[in-house]
Design a protein around this ligand. Structure first.
Ligand SMILES: [Fe+2]
Length: 182
């Protein structure tokens, strides 16, 4: 494609917002949430719940599940399978402490309450999740938190900015928004 034609092609594309204030031309999949390591502690069959853990500093996360095909269409009735360590940095491999499946609604909205998990070993604070929705590939990934001094460790260093969350301190609890593109 000649340069002039290519520029005309770009100008004709709708512009979308990705990762906060960055605007880029729409290209299918450009906003897709990156995969991350599953790690050794995933356990299938976590119960459905919206309050996953209460023993620790309270954290609420809410957002939407959206299609990566157009970066805007809501994905109805997705399941977000969440797991993380407890306040001591331990995973429950016997039961389902700090594990739960969260149901998104028909408009793609989801929310859950849990604790602000500590880091452990060299790993930064993180929450693991899988998203499953009919007609979409399963996503396994992790979220991290801005300001964590260990954020540049291991696979966390490859996290795109959309997976490193801004926390709002609401005094009684911490809150973050996270939209997931599958
Ligand atoms: Fe982990």
């Amino acid at each position: 494609m000649k340069r002039k034609m290519f520029l005309s092609f770009l100008a004709a594309l709708p512009v979308i917002k990705v990762f906060g204030s960055i605007k880029i031309p729409f290209l299918s999949g450009a906003c897709r949430t990156q995969k991350d390591q599953e790690g050794p502690f995933y356990k299938d069959g976590a119960p459905k719940k919206s309050v996953i853990e209460t023993d620790g500093k309270r954290l609420t996360i809410e957002g939407r599940i959206l299609s990566a095909k157009d970066c805007s269409s809501p994905v109805a009735n997705a399941v977000v399978d969440v797991w993380h360590c407890d306040k001591n940095g331990d995973y429950d491999n016997e039961g389902y402490k700090c594990r739960g499946t969260v149901l998104a609604d028909s408009k793609g909205n989801y929310s859950f309450t849990t604790i602000y998990p500590p880091g452990y070993g060299s790993r930064p604070r993180h929450i693991h999740f899988k998203v499953r929705a009919k007609g979409f590939p399963e996503l396994t990934s992790q979220i991290y938190f801005k300001g964590d001094p260990r954020i540049n460790n291991d696979f966390a260093r490859n996290a795109e900015s959309g997976r490193v969350l801004d926390l709002t301190d609401k005094k009684e609890f911490l809150a973050a928004r996270f939209d997931i593109y599958i």
